[in-house]
Design a protein around this ligand. Structure first.
Ligand code: C2E
Ligand code: MG
Ligand code: MG
Length: 603
């Protein structure tokens, strides 16, 4: 180092990219530093400060041209006092840059000022800070939206739980209902089979509830029902379950019985307990496996025994006995009749209008099966469809319904220029016949129909076995362009999750919901509202079933239900009355408006 001569040092100082300035202190007589006077600056310094600092001037005069806010003189004094580097960052308005400055005392009482332009670093720093802020905001947003989603999911979950509770419990007594029974009996039978236990089913019917309702009003009837259910609840334990089966009927299911006599003990105790609160009941009992091993027959047999009690003076309990079987044979007769009816074509289709309440226009019709037997009279599809399903007769019957409804649709289009939809009920058994899709497609082609004008109605029952296959099947139906409506939503197995699994186009809210939507603080109204807004968002059409009065219609309009079907809009009608309506015949429309019943069941 010592080898280099001073010229070289001078060159280094002159040409370095570091901005350097040397100043000497200006003192008063007491040797106190008052100011500094620049005596040298290199090229870099001149360029960086835009030649705003002059040699031989004073800091107090010239350094303010770099920045007026930096305490130049104090910093210089401090550097002299401490002998350390005094550093500072500042923004120069004049030069529009950020600087880092360092002042240090040189050995011969000079002050060295080094200046760095740090604008780039500063910019970077600020960018980072901005980015951090943005990230923070973003993560906050994320937390919020996650919270939001959670809330929404919770709501749906909640809704599901309430829906499930509603589906499986009777609101009046809080007892599990028929749907729950249907679930539980299945499992109980399986268990009984495995463990070789006896299972007893006791069907209880309150005597004369109808008279109480008629003479003292429904609240007296409700009170009576609650009184009975309170007594029955006392018997509930792991092996004894109680259900409200409907109307004035209760079911007691006793499992793991060792002998038939145990059922006698239980039923006697129940009779006594109910009588003790001044209620008279008639009850019938059937046993598994002694009487039958079919669930349906268990119920039938208990029912028959109960009816026998009614006939013989009420307030008693009878066991089903095989003697009764000939009566059953008469009922089974229905199946034979069903067969005959299929053969001689005594089925009819009725059509019930569906109305779009947002436009007050006809959306279409639902085809509903009707059967009249000369001996028995009208037989409700609720009675014969299950029988037809059991015997698989529902397959040819369903084929006939599909063909007839499509033929009608073709005819209405040709004759009345009808553009509406034809909704056709399809039994799960019919849906699962291997040729269903093929046959449906063929029928559509046969009548050259627009598939979008056909809609099949399925119930959640289709999901019971082989969910995946069902979904695939329905997807095939949808691919044809045919609509798929989920019927009776809100009963039985209802779950919102099905709405996501099934490729649906329409949701039909069951009439049991609609029946209760006008009462005060109605749970059904609230749930219907949530469900409708949910499925409407999913792009599904909605239909409320069983709309019977203007009050219900009012509520449905409020909660933005799109379509309604029910006696208020019109009962199911034979084809000729529908045609009068389609041709604009006033009397037919009047009949529809009055909800006049063109048909009554005798059974
Ligand atoms: P669903 O498909 O839910 O049909 C609606 C039922 O509600 C019909 O009973 C209809 O008459 C009745 N209904 C309509 N409006 C009102 C109302 O305002 N108040 C009340 N209380 N009831 C109303 P229906 O005709 O006795 O049919 C019963 C069930 O039988 C149908 O229920 C459907 O599941 C089944 N069904 C009917 N036709 C067929 C068919 O062709 N094939 C199959 N597989 N099932 C059918
Ligand atoms: Mg239906
Ligand atoms: Mg329905």
């Amino acid at each position: 180092m010592g080898m280099l001569d001073s010229l070289i040092y001078e060159n280094i100082v002159t040409y370095t990219s570091e901005a350097l300035l040397v100043a000497s202190p200006v003192c008063n007589t007491g040797m106190q530093i008052l100011d500094f006077s620049p005596i040298y600056m290199n090229q870099a310094y001149e360029i960086m400060t835009n030649k705003r600092v002059e040699i031989d001037s004073l800091f107090s005069k010239s350094m303010v041209h770099v920045s007026a806010s930096v305490p130049w003189i104090q910093m210089g004094q401090e550097a002299f006092e401490t002998g350390k580097h005094i550093e500072h960052s500042f923004f120069s308005q004049v030069l529009n840059s950020w600087f880092f400055v360092s002042l240090v005392k040189l050995p011969q009482d000079f002050l060295l000022v080094t200046l760095h332009d740090i604008s780039k670093d500063k910019e970077h720093e600020q960018q980072l800070r901005r980015q951090n802020l943005r990230l923070a905001a973003l993560s906050e947003e994320l937390v919020l939206s996650r919270q939001n989603l959670r809330n929404k999911l919770d709501k749906i979950e909640n809704l599901n739980i309430r829906l499930e509770h509603l589906a499986f419990h009777d609101p009046l007594t809080g007892l599990p209902n028929r749907s729950r029974f249907n679930e539980i009996i299945e499992l109980s039978i399986q268990k009984s089979k495995k463990e070789h236990g006896i299972l007893g089913l006791m069907l209880i019917d309150i005597d004369n509830l109808k008279d109480v309702n008629d003479s003292r009003g429904h609240s007296a009837g409700d009170e009576l029902l609650c009184r009975v259910s309170k007594q029955l609840k006392n018997f509930v334990r792991e092996t004894i379950q109680v259900f409200r089966f409907g109307g004035d009927e209760f079911l007691v299911l006793a499992t793991e019985l060792e002998t038939k006599d145990s059922m006698v003990t239980i039923s006697d105790a129940i009779m006594e307990s109910v009588n003790s609160v001044n209620v008279s009941i008639s009850a019938g009992i059937s046993l598994f496996p002694d009487d039958t091993d079919s669930i349906e027959e268990l119920l039938k047999f208990a029912d028959m025994a109960m009816y026998d009690v009614k006939k013989k003076g009420k307030n008693n309990v009878f066991f089903f006995m095989h003697l009764m079987q000939d009566k059953l044979l008469k009922r089974l007769n229905l199946e034979t009749k069903l067969n005959e009816a299929m053969l001689n074509g005594s089925f009819k289709l009725y059509y019930q209008p569906q109305v779009d309440i947002t436009t007050n226009k006809l959306r279409g019709f639902e085809a509903l099966l009707r059967w009249y037997d000369d001996e028995i009279g009208w037989i409700s599809p609720e009675q014969f469809i299950p029988l037809a399903e059991e015997s698989r007769l529902v397959i040819p019957l369903g084929d006939w319904v599909m063909d007839t409804a499509c033929a009608t649709l073709r005819n209405w289009k040709d004759t009345y220029n009808f553009e509406g939809i034809m909704s056709i009920n399809v039994s799960p058994i019919q849906l699962k016949k291997p040729s269903f899709i093929y046959d449906l497609d063929e029928t559509i082609k046969k009548y050259s129909l627009d598939p979008r004008k056909i809609e099949i109605e399925v119930t959640e029952g289709v999901l019971i076995e082989n969910m995946e296959e069902t979904v695939r099947l329905l997807q095939d139906v949808k691919n044809l362009g045919v609509g798929i409506s989920l019927d009776d939503f809100g009963t039985g197995y209802s779950s919102l999750s099905y709405l996501q699994i099934l490729p649906l186009t329409t949701l039909k809210i069951d009439k049991s919901f609609i029946a209760n939507i006008t009462s005060k603080n109605s749970v059904e109204a609230e749930i219907t509202d949530s469900i409708i807004s949910l499925v409407t968002k999913m792009g599904l059409d909605t239909i409320a079933e069983g709309v019977e009065n203007a009050e219900q219609l009012g509520v449905l309009q409020q909660i933005n239900c799109r379509n309604t079907q029910g006696f208020l809009m019109g009962k199911p009608m034979p084809v000729d009355i529908c045609e009068k309506m389609l041709s604009g015949d006033e009397s037919a429309i009047l009949r529809i408006e009055n909800g006049q019943d063109p048909i009554r069941y005798s059974i």
